[in-house]
Design a protein around this ligand. Structure first.
Ligand code: GLC
Length: 355
């Protein structure tokens, strides 16, 4: 009798275990099936994703030109491999979508251009690089935001739907460097609307957003973000501007700055630290991860100064848990010298020290 009682108990326990396993398994399986059916990636913690964004490089001057190649830079398969092999974690891909979409409703994006961007993203992913895509150089929206708002939202609707099935390693950055007419308060409204438009097809993807006035750190205080906990906040850093943009053809009056050095004096360093501290304390206060999406010194500055500044900014950003992307890979600021087909070793070591 005692034996039977124990047997029943054992049988009951076994049944319970089996049920739990089966039902648990069933629930798990149906959840998996549901996951497979949904086209969106699982939600990632934005702080964790930002750590994975880590150290990156901008593929500038290619898809941000009016037509790829027009600014001398065409993306090639080998660049993604070089970037991955060198030890970078991510690429930021600036894209001028506005030059590849109809001017009138429904503002259709050229399918051939989409294919080119698909290819670039796939190259990044097959080299274990996270990819940040953005809308870059939509100059017209800076001049007349209201006139271009509908088109801007339509571009994002198409981009977001097109990439909704891509993994969480693809991040959307809403707009590079809002400026001029697209000032802080207009930009705050645009942000709200664009985020909710993108969220319709991508409820769980991390989005990258930055403040007005060219993503300047000093404008973070004016940035108003919606109640969305999956945002990474980006800033750009090019100070002292007369050093980083000396002789830049697109910056009027920058020739007299030629010869400006960056020696890493106390005063020079404290300028960098003040800005990065301000960004970091904003991030802490608002509980948002930070991405230094652009920083770099143009190739007309001397290489010693460039290497010193680049390494200082990168290390100080890292100390403040900021991910970063150097501006840029293979053009005027190039960490890679396409003519020589080799890395600019001083800059590469400044970015990715060998220790
Ligand atoms: C911004 C501009 C880009 C420029 C870079 C450095 O990203 O959009 O064209 O090269 O800053 O000045």
């Amino acid at each position: 009798m005692g034996k039977d009682w124990r047997d029943y108990l054992a049988l009951a326990a076994l049944t319970l275990l089996l049920c739990t396993f089966l039902f648990g398994g069933c629930t798990q399986n149906s959840e998996d099936a549901a996951m497979d059916a949904t086209p969106t990636p699982a939600k990632t913690d934005p702080f964790e994703l930002n750590r994975r964004l880590g150290r990156g490089v901008n593929l500038g001057n290619a898809l941000e030109a009016p037509q790829e190649g027009e600014w001398g830079m065409t993306l090639r398969e080998e660049y993604f491999k070089l970037i991955g092999d060198a030890g970078f974690d991510a690429v930021r891909i600036p894209i001028r979508w506005s030059a590849h979409a109809d001017e009138s409703e429904p503002f259709t994006i050229d399918p051939a251009f989409f294919e080119r961007v698909d290819w670039a993203i796939e190259q990044a992913m097959s080299n274990d690089l996270l990819a940040v895509i953005n809308i870059h150089h939509y100059e017209e929206i800076m001049q007349d935001p209201q006139a271009h708002k509908g088109r801007f939202l339509a571009l994002w609707k198409q981009i977001a739907e097109h990439y909704q099935g891509y993994s969480a390693e693809l991040l959307f950055e809403l707009l590079n460097e809002p400026n001029t007419g697209l000032g802080p308060s207009t930009w705050n409204t645009f942000l709200q609307e664009t985020i909710s438009a993108v969220r319709q097809s991508n409820p769980k993807r991390a989005l990258v957003v930055g403040p007005a006035n060219w993503n300047n750190v000093s404008m973070l205080g004016f940035l108003e973000l919606p109640d969305d906990d999956n945002l990474i906040v980006t800033v750009h850093y090019y100070d002292p501007f007369q050093f980083t943009h000396q002789g830049a053809e697109w910056v009027e009056g920058s020739d007299p700055w030629l010869g400006t050095t960056w020696e890493g004096t106390e005063i020079e360093m404290s300028g960098v630290l003040r800005s990065l501290d301000a960004a970091a304390s904003w991030g802490e206060k608002h509980n948002r991860p930070l991405f230094l999406g652009e920083f770099g010194a143009y190739g007309k500055a001397d290489i010693d100064s460039r290497a010193r500044w680049t390494s200082f900014v990168a290390r100080e950003a890292e100390k403040r848990d900021m991910s970063w992307a150097y501006w840029e890979f293979g053009a005027g600021f190039g960490v890679y010298d396409r003519a020589r087909r080799g890395w600019n070793q001083r800059l590469l070591d400044a970015l990715l020290p060998q220790d």
